[in-house]
Design a protein around this ligand. Structure first.
Ligand SMILES: Cc1ncc(COP(=O)(O)O)c(C=O)c1O
Length: 385
């Protein structure tokens, strides 16, 4: 008898996507929801980048590319990394990937062995734990509530001989927390001391409202990174958020040559290469100034904090375009139940349990127009009372 379930591998069952599915099933019942659940910018791809993609298609740039990425893009990325992270030295590896998700998948497939433990600060980008499990690894969560700052003394007791990797994400999805330079140094030192691969996912670096002076170029402003302190860090960056190119699938990984070589080998037999057209467009993206868009998001962030202040426990987000408030204690509701109430009022936000082993908070995205944001905040103010 034909039983399609027979074909599903055990490793697929290790991925439980039911949390987010529940929310989207509920959301599907809404007609025109105030949607503050979206994980992508609300502006469109800047025109020069679109034009570069159109030109690439018309000029026949539609074929496979080299696995590691096209030369014009690789040169641009290397020049940028050399300038920002002199600590990387001269012989780091670089691989252009299909988004940061592509890089994460390649990393887990090429480096995580069954039983390997991967440290994940909680709350986390939901893909991390699923990809670790898909590779047969064991996610080990480091609870960072209530301020969402990762502290070495919380990590140290969790390290044992099976610990291989530490995932780090600043600015963070879902909390918007930005790690301080001191925290980056401490975490970089800890990874070094224990021989761990520290992976820094800096996909939201463009959206940072708490920049520090560049340690190597005084007068310039940058996001604190562990890569300022330890050269043996794997850096993941992408174009999805900075240039609103989420559907175009472009990112890159830079770091220890052996790790990049392992990831490249798997890319060769899976993704083959990042999309050719997107790579061509990505090669001109660094020349596009998105600072006014980022400034608009800073104002939205300020507005969220101003309106929710005193009603919700909320750590002021220093970056990305998310806030992660706690459900007020007096409501006596889990994050999921609170979100159900919000949905009854036509507001869509995401329960904390989708990003965490706890279910006490919810994520709202302020990547939307001001009018919609205000309406959503009105509902949240009402719900807190
Ligand atoms: C922290 C984080 N890392 C990686 C990704 C994946 O981004 P990409 O579109 O580059 O695959 C996301 C997307 O939401 C994210 O929030």
């Amino acid at each position: 008898m034909f039983d399609p379930n027979r074909f599903i591998a055990d490793r697929t069952h290790a991925v439980d996507a039911s949390g987010i599915r529940k929310v989207f099933d509920l959301a599907a019942t809404l007609e025109n929801p105030i949607d503050l659940s979206i994980g992508q910018p609300d502006f469109d791809v800047p025109d020069p980048i679109k034009q570069a993609a159109v030109d690439a298609i018309n000029q026949g740039f539609n074929k496979y590319t080299q696995t590691q990425g096209i030369a014009p893009l690789v040169e641009k990325v290397r020049a940028r990394l050399d300038y920002r992270f002199p600590k990387l030295g001269n012989d780091y590896g670089l691989l252009v990937t299909s988004g940061v998700s592509g890089a994460l998948a390649l990393l887990m497939l090429s480096c995580v062995q069954p039983g390997d433990e991967v440290l994940i600060p909680d709350p986390y980008f939901m893909m991390y734990k699923h990809l670790v499990r898909l590779a047969g690894g064991v996610p080990v969560f480091v609870d960072t509530y209530p301020d969402f700052q990762l502290k070495p003394e919380q990590i140290e007791p969790l390290i044992n001989e099976r610990t291989k990797m530490l995932l780090f994400n600043s600015p963070s999805n879902p909390t918007g927390a930005v790690a301080t330079d001191t925290a980056c140094r401490e975490i970089a030192d800890l990874a070094d001391r224990h021989g761990l691969l520290l992976v820094t996912d800096e996909i939201y670096d463009e959206f940072c409202y708490e920049k520090i002076q560049d340690p190597n170029h005084p007068g310039e402003w940058v996001v604190p990174s562990p890569l300022d302190h330890n050269p043996n860090v794997l850096l993941l960056k992408g174009y999805s958020k900075s240039y609103a190119m989420t559907g175009w699938r472009l990112g890159y990984a830079a770091g220890p040559p052996a790790v990049i070589a392992a990831m490249s080998k798997i890319q060769q037999y899976t993704f083959v290469c990042a999309p050719s057209v997107t790579q061509a467009a990505g090669a001109i993206a660094f020349g596009v100034d998105v600072s006014s868009l980022v400034e608009a998001y800073r104002k939205k962030r300020d507005r969220v904090v101003e309106r929710l202040n005193g009603l919700y426990e909320l750590t002021t987000p220093g970056g990305a375009f998310y806030a992660f408030p706690k459900v007020p204690e007096h409501l006596n509701l889990t994050g999921t139940d609170f979100v159900k109430r919000a949905i009854e009022k036509n507001l869509l936000v995401i329960p904390g349990e989708v990003f965490s082993e706890r279910d006490t908070h919810f994520r709202l995205s302020y990547a939307c127009d001001d009018a919609r944001l205000e309406k959503g905040l009105d509902i949240l103010v009402e719900l807190a009372k």
